[in-house]
Design a protein around this ligand. Structure first.
Ligand SMILES: NC(=O)c1ccc[n+]([C@@H]2O[C@H](COP(=O)([O-])OP(=O)(O)OC[C@H]3O[C@@H](n4cnc5c(N)ncnc54)[C@H](OP(=O)(O)O)[C@@H]3O)[C@@H](O)[C@H]2O)c1
Length: 360
């Protein structure tokens, strides 16, 4: 049996959280690179909430994933064949939002970055803390939040990939940090392991506005918003004058096909002279090296803790992805497609696979 390329393809546009009715596994013939292309064998897939947006056909910053096509995403893999001058067989590379949920991705190299793994860290870190996911809170907190010692920073989805780092970076810069999370277990984790000053389980609050006020007696200077919706409304009512809202994401509305309400308290932006600034991490791409260097030092000297939640097997990807929306993940959610210690396919195996029938 030749090598196959298993691909998770978008069969229908989801209503709500995507299921295996929307995304199906297909096996197709392996394609070899032509001039200027690279064939990557994927080792890890990054589970990012934004992918849910690309499954819809609503306007976004990227085109929708076409029906029938594999689901687009960021992956880390190894080069197994290259017709591109910048990539050699054996290179480890990360493709940002340009590869797909599949065993092998054929790419033109435009969005592919070769990495030089630092042996102090697991390879998976290059698709999490040292990729756009980790650099989002780095630049979001430092460049947009502009933290000052003694300021209070509130963070939503505080136990997730972005949020778990955002709070720690603000703490390193001398802020008091308060995290909003969806379970008591996450509350304990972010306080005891990540060093947050306070945690609020927003699912168990009768009145979230009062709970934030109680946890932030001096008001909120910076709100790092990963969620939008009602949590944003409650945060706005606790902001100090001239505070900053770092608008990073709005996961509360990604699965909604209806019109999204609010924010009801938008008026507070004016009343409190707030600055609200949205951003996408590629804005800072030229400075990613600086961020990786700083985060590596913080991790190596124990000031920054980073957790990865790794699900094994491409076949478990759809279920894994749903965890982002149920809150079942803690830290960065990744799917491991195969272990880097497994031998890569040989050129003979790739040639034979590329001559097999189209579909299986
Ligand atoms: N701007 C950028 O460039 C950029 C880059 C990467 C990510 N983002 C955004 O950052 C946010 C976090 O992404 P991530 O990758 O770090 O994911 P994540 O936080 O690791 O996972 C998502 C978490 O969001 C929480 N959540 C899910 N649905 C929710 C809802 N309806 N209301 C409140 N909380 C909800 C859940 O935690 P609980 O159990 O605590 O509810 C869940 O664990 C997302 O909005 C994402 O789109 C932006």
């Amino acid at each position: 049996m030749p090598l196959l390329n298993r691909q998770l393809c978008l069969e229908s546009r989801p209503e709500g959280v995507p299921t295996e009715n929307n995304i199906r596994m297909r096996s197709s013939r392996l394609r070899r690179p032509s001039q200027g292309q690279v064939l990557l064998q994927n080792l890890y897939l990054s589970m990012d909430p934004a992918i849910r947006g690309w499954m819809s056909d609503k306007p976004s910053y990227m085109p929708p994933i076409a029906l029938g096509e594999p689901v687009r995403g960021s992956t880390l893999g190894r080069v197994v064949e290259s017709c591109h001058p910048d990539f050699q067989i054996g290179d480890i590379a990360v493709g940002l939002a340009a590869n797909a949920w599949e065993d092998f991705s054929l790419t033109d190299g435009e969005q592919l970055d070769r990495i030089q793994p630092d042996p102090r860290f697991p390879l998976s870190h290059y698709l999490s803390v040292f990729s756009a996911v980790g650099l989002t809170p780095y630049f979001g907190v430092l460049d947009i939040g502009k933290p000052k010692p003694g300021a209070t920073m509130l963070i939503s989805a505080a136990a997730g990939a972005v949020g778990s780092l955002a709070g720690q970076i603000a703490r390193i810069k001398g802020c008091r940090t308060v995290g909003l999370v969806g379970s008591d277990e996450k509350c304990s984790w972010i306080v005891e392991e990540l060093g947050y000053d306070r945690a609020i389980n927003y699912k168990r609050c009768e009145d979230l506005t009062s709970a934030i006020a109680e946890a932030c007696p001096d008001g909120v200077d910076i709100y790092f918003d990963n969620v939008g919706g009602e949590i944003l409304d409650a945060a706005l009512l606790n902001m100090n004058n001239f505070g900053r809202v770092v608008f990073c994401g709005a996961i509360a509305q990604y699965n909604t096909e209806d019109r999204v309400a609010g924010p009801y308290n938008y008026w507070q932006v004016l009343a409190r002279s707030l600055t609200v600034r949205g951003f996408l991490s590629p804005e800072f791409k030229d400075r990613f090296g600086e961020g990786i260097e700083q985060m590596s030092d913080w991790i190596a000297d124990g000031r920054l803790v980073f957790a990865e939640d790794i699900v094994d097997g491409l076949e478990n990807t759809v279920e894994a992805f749903s965890r982002l929306f149920t809150g079942a993940n803690k830290g960065k959610l990744l799917v491991k497609v195969r272990d880097a210690s497994e031998p890569a396919p040989t050129m003979d195996e790739i040639r034979t696979a590329a001559q097999a029938p189209e579909h299986f």
